[in-house]
Each structure stands twice: as structure tokens, then as C-alpha cells.
Design a protein around this ligand. Structure first.
Ligand SMILES: NC(=O)c1ccc[n+]([C@@H]2O[C@H](COP(=O)([O-])OP(=O)(O)OC[C@H]3O[C@@H](n4cnc5c(N)ncnc54)[C@H](O)[C@@H]3O)[C@@H](O)[C@H]2O)c1
Length: 268
């Protein structure tokens, strides 16, 4: 028996990175998975040659698409047990003074309105069947500053608020909703960061400010999504979980700083 045997799942942003790792993992654990992405080639590659997986090209910020896709899935599968609303964009970097409402809207539409649309259209089916698990991808950027551009951080803080508030709409229904907050993970989104570090020969400095002293892998986020999606998390609801090597556990400090040495000396 897999950890998701018999479950029916939709995973978005499944054409790359975290969504690819999670959709494959869900299927390996026995779920029937619809892998959704804007990138047709990416999502086709995700499902190629894999059991219980199918691919669909769609825009998670388009309500007509999300509504139609969820309805079709439920018709075909007879229900829906899991949504992993994971698709997102970074928005790159832009100084505050140059940002426009369009720039903000584009990021908010994908990162925040996308998950909202899946909540809106999938949760009634879950409520009707009396169970279901929705997992959304937020970010450590939604917890504190300096992990993304302003609208990216605001969108991810919005996702955390979405899971907290929706948990109360779903009270007493048997449907749970949670978020995962990745730290720095090597994916399509962060490729430029890793490429630049490799070019400069400073790859070993990536992830050094978290106590694991390394970046994360998509599979490490997929593992948390799997747990939250599964019945193992049956009493876990309305929460946002950092999976960041410990990055968000600390106030800012410099490892090996004078303060640290002084504490150590005082304790000797
Ligand atoms: N990589 C990190 O360090 C990191 C850290 C924190 C949070 N996240 C979040 O993780 C999630 C997954 O990102 P990733 O790191 O795997 O990046 P990625 O770029 O590798 O994957 C994101 C996928 O989402 C798809 N996508 C983008 N807009 C879409 C849309 N409108 N409709 C459908 N699909 C769309 C892309 O085509 C891509 O395949 C995102 O929500 C991202 O914000 C990533």
C-alpha cells in the first residue's frame, strides 16, 4: 500500500521543480495525478512513461480553466481528494520605485489568486464527499523580508493567510488546508541564482545562512506536501510549515561572529 493509494490529486506547476517532484511522488505513493502546468512540454515530460499520471496545459490564474478542469477531473475520477496548488512565479527583481500595478497584479494573479481558485472550485467537491486535503505552496518570503521581490513576498504572505482563513470556512467538513513554505530550493525558478554562483565558483556559499548550510532539493518539499496531503496529517490544519533548513528559525546573525565566540568563551 502506498501512502496515497486510491487518492485522486491535482498538482499545479507540475512541469518543473517542486511540482514535478511532488506529482511524481504522489503517483509513486498510489495516487491518480493530474499534472497541470502552463508549460506543455514541461508537464508532458513530468508524466512521460509514468503510471497513474496525466498532463494538462492550463493557466492557474484563469478561473474558466480552473473551474472546467476541476469539473472534468471530478467527472472522470468520481471525486477529488488532494489539491497541491503549487504553481508560482518569482517576478524577477525590480526596484520598488519602478514597480507598477500590472507588475504586482501579474504576480498576485498566479501566486495568490491561483491557489484561491483551486480552493473555490475543488473544496465544494471535497466537502460533498466529507474529506479532502488542500496544500498550497507559500514561501519563507511570506514569513519575513528579503527572500523575494515585494509583490512576491506579499503574494506568499497572502497564501499563508488564505490557508488560515479558509480552514475556518471548511470547519466541520473533514476538509483540511495547509501551506508549505520552502526556503531556497534548486528549481527552474532559482536556476539563475545557482547558475551565477557556479559561474563565479561560489556555489559552496549557497545556503550558508541556514543551519543545514545547503540549499534544498525539490524532493524535500515534495515530502512535506506528501505528508500534508495524506491521511497521516489528519489533525494538521490551517498551518504554514517552513521547509527551509532552519533559515526562518533565527533572528539575523553571522555564523562564527564575535558574539558567538564570546558566548562560547563565557560558557567555558
Ligand atoms: N525554488 C525556490 O527556492 C522556492 C522557494 C519558495 C517557494 N517556492 C515556490 O514553489 C512553487 C514552485 O516553484 P519552483 O521553485 O518549483 O519553480 P519552477 O519555475 O521550477 O516551477 C514552477 C512551475 O509553475 C508553472 N507556472 C507558472 N505560472 C503558471 C500558471 N499561470 N499556470 C500554470 N502553471 C504555471 C511554470 O511553468 C513552472 O513549470 C512556486 O509557488 C514558488 O513560488 C519556490
Amino acid at each position: 500500500m502506498g501512502r496515497l493509494t486510491g487518492k485522486r490529486a491535482i498538482v499545479t506547476g507540475a512541469g518543473s521543480g517542486i511540482g514535478r517532484a511532488a506529482s511524481r511522488r504522489f503517483a509513486e505513493e498510489g495516487a491518480t495525478v493530474l499534472a497541470v502546468d502552463l508549460n506543455a512540454d514541461g508537464v508532458a515530460e513530468t508524466v512521460e512513461g509514468r503510471e497513474r499520471m496525466s498532463a494538462e496545459t492550463g493557466d492557474v490564474s484563469d478561473e474558466a480553466y480552473v473551474s472546467g478542469s476541476v469539473t472534468n477531473f471530478v467527472k472522470q475520477q468520481g471525486g477529488i481528494d488532494i489539491v497541491f496548488a503549487n504553481a508560482g512565479i518569482s517576478g524577477g527583481w525590480m526596484p520598488l520605485a519602478d514597480q507598477t500595478p500590472d507588475y504586482w497584479e501579474n504576480i498576485l494573479r498566479v501566486n495568490l489568486i491561483g491557489p484561491f481558485l483551486y480552493v473555490k472550485h475543488a473544496s465544494p467537491h471535497m466537502v460533498a464527499q466529507g474529506h479532502g486535503s488542500i496544500v498550497c505552496t507559500a514561501s519563507v518570503a511570506g514569513i519575513r523580508a528579503n527572500a523575494g521581490v515585494h509583490p512576491y513576498s506579499a503574494s506568499k504572505a497572502g497564501v499563508i493567510s488564505l490557508v488560515q482563513t479558509v480552514a475556518y470556512d471548511l470547519a466541520g467538513t473533514g476538509v483540511r488546508i495547509n501551506a508549505v513554505c520552502p526556503g531556497l530550493i534548486e528549481t527552474g525558478m532559482t536556476k539563475p541564482v545557482f547558475d551565477m554562483a557556479r559561474e563565479r565558483g561560489s556555489e559552496d556559499r549557497i545556503g550558508q545562512i541556514n543551519p543545514m548550510k545547503r540549499a534544498g532539493r525539490p524532493e524535500e518539499i515534495a515530502n512535506m506536501a506528501l505528508f500534508l496531503a495524506s491521511d497521516e496529517a489528519s489533525y494538521v490544519n490551517g498551518q504554514a510549515f517552513p521547509v527551509d533548513g532552519g533559515l526562518s528559525a533565527s533572528h539575523p546573525y553571522a555564523m562564527g561572529s564575535g558574539q558567538q565566540r564570546a558566548f562560547k568563551k563565557a560558557g567555558e
